[in-house]
Structure formats: C-alpha cells, structure tokens
Design a protein around this ligand. Structure first.
Ligand SMILES: [Zn+2]
Ligand SMILES: [Zn+2]
Length: 150
C-alpha cells in the first residue's frame, strides 16, 4: 500500500521515518506531505512540532486533534511546488459532504528543519455525494463501500 500522502512509496519509505524522527524532510514538499500524512494518522504532536516557532504559540495538540477528528481525509494533490512554497488540495469528507482544503503554503528552514510558516486559502464549494457515487479518494470503489463507511 502506498503512503497516506498519495506518493508512490510505501509509508515505511516515505513519511514514517519523518514521523519517527529517524530522518528530516529534504524539501518543503516532503514536509508538507508528512504533515498531511500526520493528519490522516491523527499524529497531532508531529503537526505541532513542524509549525514554525512563531506559529506554534497559536496551536495546541488539542486543537489539532479536534480538527483531525472532525473529518476524514481522502486524498492529497500537489498543485505546485517550489523551494519554499507548496500549493496543494486536500480532499476530505464529513458524512456525505466532500470539501477541498486548497492552500498555497509557505515554509521556512529553521536550522536544518523545514517548518510550516503560513498560507493562503482558496475556497471551493462543498459537494454532496450520494452513497453510490465513486469515492473521491479514487480507490475505484463506491463511496458507500469506501470512505463513507470507514
Ligand atoms: Zn508519505
Ligand atoms: Zn475512499
């Protein structure tokens, strides 16, 4: 199975070494992917830890966990990626409603460690899916047999 960040590698060779602290992300995109992956796995400590020092003060493990628990993440799509900017779309669902978190995020290096600094959000209308629609995670299964039930 590929990593939860939708890369072509297994979790053990992608985000797991970053989550366990065995390796540091080599790029802003790698950090972004590992943060998305941490949301899927509800690893709030990792998300808090990878905010920039200034941002960390505005977040807590409780807030991050509450957000991660409020929806199911379906899929990550990288729209654009450069040295310190990554634009992405994270698809999520709450019940039958599917939304897109579309952000252009800025990252910065603190010493050797990439950190999330801030970002600009783009809004998208939410979509209502019915049980028999294809699941937006692109598994090829029907919504009711995939993320609607899991
Ligand atoms: Zn990954
Ligand atoms: Zn699915």
């Amino acid at each position: 199975m590929n990593c939860y960040c939708c890369s072509t590698l297994p979790y053990s060779q992608c985000c797991e070494p970053l989550h366990s602290g065995l390796a540091l992300p080599k790029s802003a995109e790698a950090l972004m992917r590992s943060r998305y992956c941490a949301y899927v796995l509800k690893n709030a400590e990792y998300i808090l830890d990878t905010y920039s020092k200034l941002e960390q003060a505005h977040h807590s493990v409780e807030d991050i966990s509450a957000f991660a628990d409020s929806c199911k993440f379906l899929r990550l799509e990288i729209v654009d990626s450069s040295h310190n900017v990554v634009e992405f779309k994270a698809f999520y669902c709450v019940g039958h409603t599917v939304g897109i978190l579309h952000e252009r995020s800025n990252f910065e290096l603190e010493g050797e460690r990439w950190k999330y600094k801030d970002g600009e959000l783009f809004s998208h209308p939410e979509m209502k899916l019915s049980r028999n629609d294809p699941c937006p995670c692109k598994s090829g299964k029907k919504f009711k047999q995939c993320h609607l039930k899991s």
